[in-house]
Design a binder for this molecule. Structure first.
Ligand code: ATP
Ligand code: MG
Length: 400
């Protein structure tokens, strides 16, 4: 006997009214895509939930993949047997014994197929007795069990499940449209990307790169972070913007204490152009209120002036420690803390304005024409498509 099914519950999505159908179909596609390396495994929908039919694959590696799919509330390994008392007994015992450190259990039978001759209450007793007889040092405790063996007798078959494993929650990636993630090599932006994905957002990314001040290694780091994010969703297109010339021009032509603010505004302007090209309707950043000079209220107000696209800032109110915890959990932390040169850290002015004013920035910007350098940066964008299977799938230079 072996677990042959994984039961998938999708909680929050069941509240989504008339969108529900589209959400469920997307979830099913996302799951099928995530487990495509297990060729025999199939995803099936039934009333209010889904199953993965393992068709001979080991359950654990499939389960690991499913734990990274947004939209899944919880998961359980399950066994499907005929509606036959002996088979149900055998499968219940298997499900109980598969779990370690169980001292107290309970059996919960739900009889949906009313033509099954034994009623739920009686089944609870029969199965409870069977499990007690065939195990040692285990008691029944209906109030505080370590494990609940759930038996669902349906028309087509009986399903037996035991432990419930939490899923990632959230909404299936792709159900909330696309956002362009401003991805640096730091700790914050990958976490911001993960949290946007959690709400069903599909990501593309943009990275501002300033060779030779920032190295190939810094660029590789951002590609690696993108690949880590694909673990939770789909392939990610990342647009790498050659930023050196524009950045040098800003630092040469603008007052030093405003250069940082103007550089950020340029990032948003260029990002918005990429959005237009790619039919993306929002930006996502790792900004966090009060963390550094560029993230004061005044600074955000001034930087934000150049775009009216919605900006998703999932980290805006978080403490650094909370961000680090998520980053460790999702597997980006180790990469993020590798030493690297960010275009923003290379050109840090000695004393950036912590309260930059819109009027002043607009005045300074009006004294110099940056448009040629902006166009040059945009025309030089390299787009790389990252999948979770390979390092780099394809790289091209023809976005604009
Ligand atoms: P992170 O840890 O994400 O680098 P941070 O705390 O270092 O963030 P900043 O350097 O002020 O903060 O950057 C704020 C946000 O601006 C980043 O989270 C990211 O979304 C964006 N950003 C900064 N530098 C770059 C870059 N080189 N390319 C793309 N986006 C960037
Ligand atoms: Mg940074």
């Amino acid at each position: 006997m072996q677990y042959d099914h994984i039961l998938i519950r999708y909680g929050e999505m069941s509240l989504k009214g008339k969108n529900i159908k589209q959400f469920i179909i997307r979830l099913q596609e996302n799951i099928q895509q995530k487990i495509k390396e297990f060729p025999n495994a199939k995803v099936k929908r039934t009333q209010g939930r889904m199953f993965v039919l393992l068709n001979g694959h080991d359950p654990e590696p499939v389960m690991d993949k499913l734990q990274n799919v947004f939209g899944i509330h919880s998961l359980s390994l399950a066994i499907k047997v005929e509606n036959d008392l002996e088979k149900i007994k055998e499968a219940s015992l298997y499900a109980l014994k598969k779990n370690e450190d169980i001292h107290k259990f309970k059996v919960s039978v739900k009889r949906i197929a009313k033509d099954f001759p034994i009623r739920s209450q009686e089944m609870n007793q029969i199965l409870g007795g069977h499990l007690l007889k065939n195990t040692e040092d285990i008691l029944v405790d209906v109030h505080h069990p370590d494990l609940e063996v759930k038996v669902e007798i349906r028309m087509e078959a009986t399903y037996i499940t035991s432990s419930v494993v939490p899923g990632l929650g959230g909404l299936p990636v792709g159900t909330s449209g696309k956002s362009l993630l401003l991805l640096s090599g730091g700790i914050d932006s990958p976490v911001a990307g993960f949290l946007a994905m959690k709400r069903g957002v599909q990501l593309e990314a943009i990275h501002f790169h300033s060779p030779p001040f920032t190295s190939e290694r810094a660029k590789q780091k951002v590609l690696d972070l993108s690949r880590q994010l694909t673990k939770y969703g789909k392939a990610i297109k990342i647009h790498i913007v050659p930023f050196t010339k524009l950045q040098q021009e800003i630092f040469r032509e603008m007052p030093e204490d405003y250069a940082m603010t103007i550089m950020r505004r340029m990032m948003f302007r260029i990002s918005e152009r990429v959005c237009e090209k790619e039919s993306i309707l929002s930006l996502t950043t790792g900004e966090n209120l009060g963390q550094v000079a560029s993230q004061t209220m005044e600074s955000m107000h001034t930087i934000n002036e150049v775009t009216n696209y919605p900006i998703i800032r999932p980290l805006i109110t978080m403490d650094k420690q909370e961000v680090i915890q998520i980053s460790e959990r999702i597997g980006t932390y180790e990469t993020s803390i590798l030493p690297y040169e960010d275009c923003c850290t290379i050109f840090v002015p000695k004393s950036p304005k912590t309260k930059p004013k819109r009027e002043k920035v607009n005045y300074y910007e009006s004294t110099h024409d940056f448009s040629a350098s902006i166009e040059e940066a945009i025309n030089g964008i390299e787009t790389v498509k990252i999948t979770d299977q390979s390092n780099v799938e394809e790289s091209f230079h023809d976005l604009f």
